[in-house]
Design a protein around this ligand. Sequence first.
Ligand code: 4NP
Length: 149
Amino acid sequence: MNVLMVCLGNICRSPLAEGILKNKVNGFKIKVDSAGTAGYHIGNPPDPRSVKVAFDHGIDISTQRCRKFSVKDFDRFDLIYAMDKSNYGNIISLARNQSDASKVKLLLNEIDAKDREVPDPYYDSNDGFETVFQMIDQACEIIATKIKN
Ligand code: 4NP
């Protein structure tokens, strides 16, 4: 099972989602990665506020590097989780067929099918990052439980 987490910049939300899910499925044969739909920060480490909130919860995401989502990711991954509806739309617009499109889901729909979004914390205060961490953590707990069973 290969899982890709996607947001806009791949420096705030999806690096957290990658780190959180990896932490939960440690020891299981699953690949977890993240990417951004935009290429503003390619090659950069995650935002220091994401690094800090992850570290505060015992997870090191500092060695991750930003990359852009590619059409090839549809071949490499079984599940592609978008953090918000804009990311979802951008990924779906690159899908080549129904099989590609069926892999794409909104992350928080793992918690409840209400099409809720993980808000973009980039322009937010530090507090926003803890809220985002908790939302992603709740969804990843459900994903990890499904993968392990
Ligand atoms: P992310 O947040 O999509 O959660 O990584 C953002 C990071 C950077 C930008 C936008 C959102 N940006 O415009 O540079």
